[in-house]
Design a protein around this ligand. Structure first.
Ligand SMILES: [Zn+2]
Ligand SMILES: [Zn+2]
Length: 264
C-alpha cells in the first residue's frame, strides 16, 4: 500500500462551474475544469498494514467527494481555517463518525482556537455540552500543536496569512498543503525545506485581497524549491489546459481526483 495524497476538490469557494456563469471555463467540456470546493485526502498504511485516512478540511462538497473517492473511514480531520468552503461538510462526517465511535472513539478534529470557536458556534448542536441532538456527529475537537502525530504520520502546522486572517497549512512527510494563502510569514519558510510536493492556492491572475495570484504562487514555488508544485483553490478565470500551457516546468494546476504517490 503506497501513501497517497488525493485532491478531493480544487475549486474556489463558489466551485467551478460557478452558478449562473456562462464563461468559457464554466461551460467547458474538459472534466478538469469542474472543481469542487477545496479539500485533500491523505492515505497510508500504519505499522499493521491497516489503511489510515486523514482529511484536510471538510467543505460543502465533502459527501460527494467521499463517495467519489470511496472514503469509508476517517482517522482525523485537520482544519486550515473556518471559512464556509472549508468547514460546512462537517455534518457529513456523521455516518463515518458512528463507525469510528464504535471502533476507536469519536473522530478527532484538529483546529486552531479561532477555527474551534467558529465550529462550536456554527455546529452548536454538535459541540454544546447541552446538545441533545441524538444524531450529532461523534467528533472531538483537539488543539493543533507543533507536532500532531496520527498513526505514525506527523502533521505539522504551517502559519500563513489569508488576507488579515492568520490561518494554517500543514506539512506531512515530504508534502505541504497550503491553501487560501495571501502571504507566507518569513518564519514559515524553514518549515518547507526538502519537499517532493508543494500544494499552493492560486485563485486567478488578477490580484485579490485574500488569495495569491498565479504569479505569486509561482514565485513562492521557486523560493521553496519543491520538486513539484500543484496549484489549487482555483477560480473560473483559469482554464485547466490554457493555464497549464503557460506554467513553468514543475508547476501545474491540480484537478479533482488527482492522486499523487507521496513519502510520509
Ligand atoms: Zn477557501
Ligand atoms: Zn478562506
Amino acid at each position: 500500500m503506497q501513501p497517497t495524497l488525493t485532491f478531493l476538490g480544487t475549486g474556489t469557494s463558489m466551485g467551478v462551474p460557478t452558478l449562473a456563469c456562462e464563461c468559457a471555463v464554466c461551460t467547458s467540456t474538459d472534466p478538469h475544469d469542474r472543481r469542487l470546493r477545496p479539500s485533500a485526502l491523505v492515505r497510508w498504511p500504519d505499522g499493521e498494514h491497516r489503511e489510515r485516512t486523514v482529511v484536510i478540511d471538510t467543505g460543502p462538497d465533502f459527501r460527494e467527494q467521499a463517495l467519489r473517492n470511496k472514503i469509508t473511514r476517517v482517522d482525523a480531520v485537520f482544519y486550515t481555517h473556518s471559512h464556509a468552503d472549508h468547514i460546512l461538510g462537517l455534518d457529513d462526517l456523521r455516518p463515518l463518525s458512528y463507525i469510528a465511535a464504535r471502533d476507536t472513539g469519536p473522530i478527532p478534529l484538529y483546529a486552531t482556537p479561532e477555527t474551534r470557536a467558529v465550529l462550536e458556534h456554527v455546529f452548536d448542536y454538535t459541540f454544546s455540552p447541552s446538545a441533545t441532538y441524538a444524531h450529532r456527529a461523534r467528533v472531538s475537537l483537539l488543539p493543533v500543536l507543533d507536532h500532531n502525530p496520527v498513526h505514525g504520520v506527523d502533521f505539522i502546522p504551517i502559519p500563513l496569512f489569508h488576507g488579515q486572517m492568520a490561518i494554517i497549512g500543514y506539512r506531512f512527510g515530504r508534502v505541504a498543503y497550503l491553501t487560501d494563502v495571501s502571504d507566507i510569514p518569513e518564519s514559515s519558510f524553514p518549515l518547507l525545506h526538502d519537499l517532493d510536493h508543494l500544494v499552493l492556492s492560486a485563485l486567478r491572475h488578477k490580484p485579490h485581497p485574500s488569495h495569491a495570484t498565479v504569479d505569486q504562487a509561482v514565485a513562492w514555488s521557486r523560493r521553496i524549491g519543491a520538486k513539484q508544485t500543484w496549484l489549487t483553490h482555483i477560480a473560473h478565470e483559469l482554464g485547466h489546459q490554457a493555464t497549464n500551457s503557460i506554467l513553468p516546468p514543475g508547476i501545474a494546476l491540480a484537478y479533482d481526483g488527482l492522486t499523487l504517490d507521496v513519502t510520509l
